[in-house]
Ligand binder design. Structure first.
Ligand SMILES: O=c1ccn([C@@H]2O[C@H](COP(=O)(O)O)[C@@H](O)[C@H]2O)c(=O)[nH]1
Length: 285
């Protein structure tokens, strides 16, 4: 059996070739309406296919938001499965935004769903929540390693409510977020030692302003940093240097509604993603 190329290496190659932008596939009911589509499975299917056909050959990462597919039950999941397969076939890396987190034994089942190559929902990476303890994520971390896939762990999320948990201070004086980031750095150590980008990423909102730098939070985890919050949540690519400082070279800026609102015309979606990618390129150099 051949050893799969680790996710971190595949992501770095995609970022170099296509730029680091991630576009989210978030079929909000309001967007379906704006696109002249029904809030039903046919509308979901058309919306998703349009985004994948327009962008999967262009952007480094597509990030379907699982919740918007789950709300249609098994037929929505079937649309998601097809989107994952089509996007990967067109060359995009697929980051499944599922934010799973549970006790270890259940986490193993989530890992089987998203990180086992035999699963119909197998993705290049998945988002997970560490709030049952970082150690509870072990089955996902191990499954990702075995499959050459990746995991993005919520560390400092883009929403204002996140701070009440993530900034909580532990008995040793470090914040919960700093603990998560340190654990990720440890997971990435082997890949970093070989000079490669690690496969274990953190989610750090682009909306945080200078807070991480002022709090001296160490974002140098030797892995990718997914930065949601650009566009509808108010952040712009110009905010990235102050949020991430020197870690900016590993940032994957993520935008969903900020691009999707330009549909349903495929050329307009492509143009919106290209403008965003150009803004990112200008600040990341
Ligand atoms: O901290 C986080 C983690 C994940 N998200 C997800 O990203 C997109 C953002 O959508 P926009 O339309 O660009 O606001 C969405 O799927 C969130 O669940 C996040 O926003 N913040």
């Amino acid at each position: 059996m051949t050893t799969p190329t680790p996710f971190g290496a595949r992501l770095r190659a995609a970022m170099d070739a296509r730029g680091p932008l991630c576009v989210g596939i978030d079929p909000h009911a309001s967007l379906l309406a704006d696109w002249g589509l029904g809030d039903d499975v046919a509308g979901l299917e058309r919306f998703t296919r349009t985004v994948v056909e327009a962008l999967a050959e262009r952007v480094a990462v597509l990030k379907p938001q699982s919740a918007f597919f789950e709300r249609f039950g098994s037929r929505g999941i079937a649309v998601l499965e097809r989107a994952v397969a089509d996007a990967r076939a067109a060359g995009a890396l697929v980051l499944m935004d599922a934010k799973r987190g549970d006790i270890g034994s259940t986490m193993a089942a989530y890992a089987a769903a998203y990180l086992d190559p035999a699963s119909p929902l197998f993705s290049d990476a998945v988002t997970v929540s560490p709030y049952l303890g970082f150690g509870s994520l072990r089955p996902a971390l191990d499954a990702a390693r075995a499959a050459g896939a990746g995991v993005f762990v919520l560390a400092l999320t883009s929403n204002p409510e996140g701070t009440e948990v993530q900034h909580a201070v532990r008995p040793d004086g470090s914040t919960v977020a700093a603990t998560v980031l340190r654990a990720l750095k440890d997971e990435n150590a082997a890949e970093a030692a070989e000079g490669r980008l690690g496969s274990y990423g953190a989610v750090v909102g682009a909306t945080l302003g200078r807070a991480p730098q002022e709090a001296c939070v160490d974002l140098t985890i030797d892995g990718p940093l997914l930065a949601p919050g650009i566009g509808a949540q108010g952040a712009t690519p110009a905010d990235l240097p102050s949020v991430f400082g020197p870690a900016i070279k590993n940032v994957v800026p993520s935008v969903s509604r900020g691009v999707l609102r330009h549909g349903p015309d495929a050329a307009s979606l492509v143009a919106a993603a290209s403008r965003m990618a150009e803004e990112v390129r200008a600040v990341a150099e």
